[in-house]
Design a protein around this ligand. Structure first.
Ligand code: ATP
Length: 816
């Protein structure tokens, strides 16, 4: 035996062993040869092993606790030191008999016996040769049995396959040792030094991490090549398990170190932030909690806030969700919750404020004061929402502002024009990227109180689209029964809007969703007459512009005559927005002169107006003379106020066709046909020869073809135009008219009377023809507006002709 080759065993205290005995030898091929040639004894004492298998050549320590085993070891140690070692089939059997042990075992030589302090005996044995138990002779005091030799089929020395398997076993064994933290690296020296193939297989099999049964199966294999292959398979499995284990371990380790790294960096950042005087996240949260404690929110909101803030506390401040959560909670803190301003409800003061800010509009102001009076008496806000309706620039929005001031409330305004997405009103859920609360909640945050005056501008221009229906969200906002729990998607909570005073403005009633219109009290703000506009300009617009341009009244004076010129020549509107712009131009002109020290005190003359604004841009809507047959003045209503229009018709030789031009809608064309047919059937009463209907073509035209026109209110005008045409008689001077006609010859009332009257006045019309039923509209109009106008009320189309068409022939009357 070569003493230089030795194996270290971790289960054994080698130091102790070294001190007392020789080193454990490795089995060389020569040793193996010698052992194989040794004659086996016929009988052997059999030591049963519970949890291991002894392979030939391998040295293992065994601790014996059972009396039988201790006696066997002691006897053998005193004698020939050779024993038979067989593993138990079932390790739990305490006192195994013949049937409990495997048939195949290994002859072993006792190398050393160590007596342990606890009475156990540790024996170090080395396997020599396999055997089969032939017959168990005695079981007491320990098992003795006759044994048989076992032949081993060894492959030829030059068997390449076998050599390859052996090489693989060696390589894999080295890999396994490398990967296993528990096997000392010296083991790899041992592997490298093993010269005997069968010992290599046995050594590896013995040290592999496989079950006793598996080890036993290896021991029982007679064919060495097969045994080598089976060993290699087990090794592969073990290697894969090891790799997997290491993989998991390194991952776990990496996760841990990543976490540690992040923690470390966060700590560093926190320190840096604190050094720089910034707010650390903890401080931020503390500050939020402090602010929250001052809020007057309901239990429900407080609970929700607490839940959300503890969510924020658990978050990593570096992730994007953290800032979303912070914004969310800041919205809660910024929003007013049950924070009210005290209402003034001094109606005299309210009237004063309204009068101060707005000239005229007596009716409107009266209704607003009445509305406020009701609010004062009822002392709650569950009254209809005001809707100020009228053409642009008549002061609807600024009335809202004055109401806020009169009541001593905050003022906020949103424009609903062109708003198509419901989320604009209700907000996006906060999980969306860039999500925000809706405009209602945003405005309340801006207002800072829970009861502001909230102006909803252009409510008629809310539009529907595939992104939802904003008007249904608006319905919830404006419904006093529902709006105490208005749900905003971003806020994820109901918000009480019931104390908010909503005022809507609108240019048209027909485009407001009917359900919305029902919820509102409509107040009509009509346009202004020229005189009123001049007054508004003098009292409000000019002082406002002077202030904005840093001037005072001593710098520039614009007389009434010039203001009137500006109104008539440069603006065409019911409101005063355009007028304000023109005045701003005049003020800028003065400011320039003053700044250049050319003139300190400017009194604007007519020439100045032309110099600054250019020649008058607009001819006043003038009534035209009545020298031509078939030309009649009608009154029209548009979204931007009233207007006058002319209906012209001519005759040409032909076959009696009727053509209509001027960009007219279907209803207006129908009016023309009705008028024509009515005249045909009543030709005699108008003194018209029916023959001309077949010999002349009629063409009706409504000028300004670029502007689309529609509606039934031009019916009476068309009728008058055609009668005048067929009779070649003059239409009454300075007369304008509006009214729908029917085939039976009736005249029906129409809308927009106030605007139409204002337009007629602007055009210097003197007489107006209307349906009898429209009289009640006229009665509602301020007497001032009606000054200088004569009204003719009719019910029948024949009355229209009687009033409108004179007996005089026109200048160049056609002979028909
Ligand atoms: N009666 C008035 N007295 C004083 N100023 C007026 C009056 N009417 C309108 N104004 C002024 O005209 C300007 C335009 O008014 P505002 O913006 O309120 O019009 P609006 O009716 O709301 O128009 P829109 O329908 O286009 O929103 C404001 O500067 C307003 O102060």
């Amino acid at each position: 035996m070569k003493k230089s080759n030795f194996i270290t065993l971790d289960s054994l205290s080698l130091q102790e062993f070294d001190e007392n005995s020789e080193l454990i030898p490795l089995m060389t091929p020569e040793d193996e040869e010698a052992i194989n040639n040794e004659e086996l004894p016929e009988t052997l004492p059999i030591l049963s092993l519970r949890n291991t298998v002894l392979f030939p050549g391998v040295v293992i320590p065994i601790t014996a606790g059972r009396d039988k085993s201790i006696k066997l070891i002691n006897d053998a140690n005193k004698g020939g030191k050779v024993i038979g070692v067989v593993s138990q089939k079932d390790e739990s059997v305490e006192d195994p008999s013949a049937k409990d042990i495997n048939e195949t075992g290994t002859v072993a030589r006792i190398l050393r016996v160590l007596k342990m302090p606890d009475g156990n005996v540790t024996v170090i044995i080395q396997g020599k040769k396999r055997f089969k138990v032939a017959e168990v002779l005695t079981e007491d005091p320990y098992m003795n049995a006759t044994i048989r030799d076992m032949a081993e089929a060894k492959p030829a020395v030059n068997n390449k396959e076998f050599s390859a398997i052996i090489d693989s076993i060696k390589d894999l064994a080295l890999e396994i040792i490398k990967e296993s933290p528990n096997i000392p690296s010296e083991a790899s020296f041992a592997i490298k030094n093993i010269e005997s193939n069968s010992f290599l297989i046995n050594f590896v099999s013995s040290n592999m991490n496989i079950s006793v049964a598996e080890k036993q199966s290896l021991l029982e294999m007679n064919d060495l090549k097969k045994r080598a292959l089976a060993t290699l398979k087990f090794m592969n499995v073990e290697f894969q398990k090891l790799e997997l284990k290491n993989d998991i371990q390194s991952k776990v380790q990496m996760d841990m170190s990543q976490q540690q790294r992040e923690y470390f960096l966060h700590q560093q950042m926190k320190t840096i932030q604190e050094e720089l005087g910034g707010v650390s996240h903890d401080e931020e949260i503390e500050e939020m909690k402090l602010r929250a404690s001052e809020k007057q929110w309901s239990k429900e909101v407080a609970k929700h806030f607490d839940k959300e803030i503890s969510k924020m506390q658990r978050m990593n401040p570096q992730v994007a969700e953290y800032s979303i959560q912070r914004n969310y909670l800041e919205l809660f803190l910024d929003l007013p919750w049950n924070e009210f301003s005290t209402d003034k409800f001094d109606l005299k003061y309210a009237k004063k404020v309204l009068d101060r800010d707005h000239f005229g509009l007596e009716d409107v102001k009266r209704r607003i004061i009445e509305y406020l009076a009701v609010l004062k008496l009822r002392n709650d806000m569950k009254s209809p929402i005001l809707c100020l309706y009228g053409p642009p620039g008549v002061g609807k929005t600024s009335l809202g502002k004055s109401i806020a001031e009169a009541l001593g409330r905050e003022y906020v305004r949103i424009s609903l024009g062109g708003l198509r997405d419901e989320a604009e009103i209700r907000g996006h859920r906060k999980t969306y990227i860039g999500a925000m609360p809706g405009r209602i909640i945003q405005s309340l945050k801006k207002a800072g109180t829970s009861n502001p005056v909230f102006v909803l501008d252009e409510i008629d221009k809310l539009s529907n689209s595939h992104q939802g229906d904003p008007s249904s969200a608006m319905l919830e906002v404006l419904d006093p029964e529902q709006n105490n729990e208005f749900y905003d998607n971003f806020l994820e909570m109901g918000y009480d809007l019931s104390k908010v005073m909503f005022i809507a403005t609108s240019n048209s009633l027909s485009t407001i969703q009917p359900a919305l219109r029902d919820r509102m009290e409509i107040i009509n703000v009509t346009g202004y007459t020229i005189e009123e506009k001049v007054e508004i300009a003098k009292r409000h617009l000019l002082p406002k512009q002077l202030k904005e341009h840093g001037l005072t009244e001593s710098h520039i004076k614009i007389g009434k005559a010039q203001l009137e010129k500006i109104v008539e020549g440069y603006t065409r509107e019911s409101g005063v927005r355009g007028l304000e712009k023109q005045i701003a131009k005049m003020v800028r002109y003065a400011a320039k002169n003053i700044a250049m020290e050319e003139d300190y005190n400017i009194k604007i003359s007519n020439e100045d107006v032309i110099e600054v604004l250019g020649g008058p841009k607009l001819e006043r809507d003038k009534y035209e003379n009545n020298n031509v047959a078939g030309v009649v003045t009608g009154l029209a209503w548009t979204r931007v106020g009233g207007d006058i229009l002319f209906i012209e018709s001519i005759l040409s030789k032909g076959k009696g066709t009727l053509s209509i031009t001027g960009n007219l809608g279907k209803v207006m064309k129908e009016s023309a046909t009705i008028a024509m047919e009515y005249i045909k059937s009543n030709a005699d009463s108008f003194g018209i020869d029916s023959a001309i209907f077949d010999t002349y073509n009629v063409h009706i035209h409504v000028p300004e073809g670029a502007t689309p026109k529609d509606g039934p209110s031009a019916g009476v005008t068309m009728l008058t135009s055609l009668v005048s045409l067929f009779t070649q008689k003059k239409v009454k001077k300075s007369l304008a008219m509006t009214g729908e006609i029917t085939l039976r010859g009736k005249v029906l009332p129409v809308g927009g009377i106030k605007e139409k009257i204002l337009a007629a006045k602007r055009a210097r019309i003197k007489e107006i023809l209307l349906c009898e039923e429209n009289k009640r509209d006229i009665d509602e109009i301020k007497a001032d507006y009606l000054k200088g106008l004569t009204f003719h009320y009719v019910t029948d189309m024949s009355d229209v002709i009687k009033i409108a068409v004179t007996d005089q022939k026109v200048k160049h009357a056609k002979k028909l």
